[in-house]
Ligand binder design. Structure first.
Ligand code: AHM
Ligand code: MG
Length: 332
């Protein structure tokens, strides 16, 4: 029944995939479900086991690695490797791609194994984000260059949301499907229908207003413009949760570039990462009738030059993203 497509059946519906690609995608989706189930259990008992703190390590992004960042890295690296379908695995937590299966897998995968990890200490929502790419023909031997070349050919993207319930959200680019973890069965079961941003665009705005004084003029102008419209401010500080809420309720999420203050801090190129945060969310947003831009152009038109490239991200209901583009282009 079309209304209730099982996780295992998702790739079968994709006409653009070869038979081996369908099978590879199915295995990767199973790996994300297995890893998501394992992580949901580990996260639930994290405070009791003293796992919600920092690991003492600083990652390639210069950020403090939480113990769960590393646990999630190991869990998903293992479940993905076991599929035999992954060639290169790019992760927020590793400087260089991991070559899996001797480089024989069908797909490259980029992941943020645990997004929003500053929420761990308060038992707040966190997520895991994935994007699967089709390698280009005659790709270079260098794994980073090979992954970058595959980015214009995404196959599907997905995220796991660990919150009141654990959800797996997947899109091959045409539609968005949700699956919820049944803790008793240990399985992700489909939720009915497909997900689309509400037709009226919604009224939720999610941004870190504490950074606004360090934004570019166009972004500040957009924030000022909100005082003239009805809106609700909602910000969890975990992209997966903020995006998911806005997807269901209608809204827009912004993380623009912010300038250093007093010579330190700041994210002039934005904080979020193109390959494993912005692009997967952009694929899901578009498939749900929304849009994602880097401030001026669609995220899916940005050509990556580095696997850990950062990018400003504005994503949500199409009408709200269009409002943002119009207002930020002519600051007043
Ligand atoms: P992370 O991948 O290190 O967790 O950082 C990404 C997170 C996003 O989930 C969230 O939207 C954003 O950083 C919050 O940043 P800030 O605390 O600066 O508002
Ligand atoms: Mg992240």
């Amino acid at each position: 029944m079309d209304d209730m497509v099982q996780l295992d059946e998702l790739s079968e519906k994709e006409a653009g995939l070869s038979a081996p690609e369908r099978e590879g995608a199915r295995k990767i989706l199973r790996a994300l479900a297995a890893g998501g189930r394992e992580m949901a259990g580990l996260l639930a008992s994290g405070p009791l086991k003293g796992l919600t703190g920092a690991s003492g390590v600083v990652n390639v992004q210069g950020e403090e690695v939480q113990t769960f960042d590393e646990i999630a890295q190991e869990v998903f690296t293992r479940t993905l490797r076991e599929t035999g379908a992954v060639r290169c695995l790019v992760s927020e937590e590793r400087e260089t791609p991991e070559i899996q299966n001797g480089g024989s897998g069908l797909f490259h995968v980029a992941m943020d194994p645990l997004d929003g990890s500053s929420n761990l200490a308060i038992s707040g929502p966190v997520g895991s984000i994935f994007c699967v790419f089709r390698p280009s023909a005659g790709e270079p031997a260098d794994p980073s260059a090979a992954v970058l070349l595959s980015v214009p050919s995404p196959v599907f993207s997905a995220y796991v949301l660990y919150s009141v319930s654990t959800l797996l959200v997947v899109s091959f680019g045409r539609e968005v499907r949700q699956f919820a973890l049944d803790p008793a069965r240990g399985e992700f079961l489909p939720l009915p229908g497909t997900v689309r941003f509400p037709g009226d665009g919604g009224q939720i705005v999610s941004l870190n207003a504490g950074n606004a004084s360090r934004w570019r003029e166009g972004d500040q102008s957009y924030l000022r413009s909100l005082s003239g419209v009805p809106y609700s401010a909602r910000y969890v500080g975990a992209l997966v949760m903020d995006f998911h809420r806005n997807l269901l309720k209608g809204g827009i999420y912004l993380y623009p570039g912010d300038m250093p203050k007093g010579g330190s801090g700041g994210h002039p190129e934005g904080k979020l990462r193109l390959l494993y945060e912005a692009i997967p969310m952009a694929i899901i947003a578009r498939a749900a009738g929304g849009e994602a831009v880097d401030g001026t152009r669609p995220i899916l038109d940005v050509s990556p030059v580095h696997i850990h490239q950062r990018v400003p991200l504005v994503v949500g209901s199409r009408s709200l993203v269009e409002d943002y583009l119009r207002i930020s282009a002519s600051p007043s």
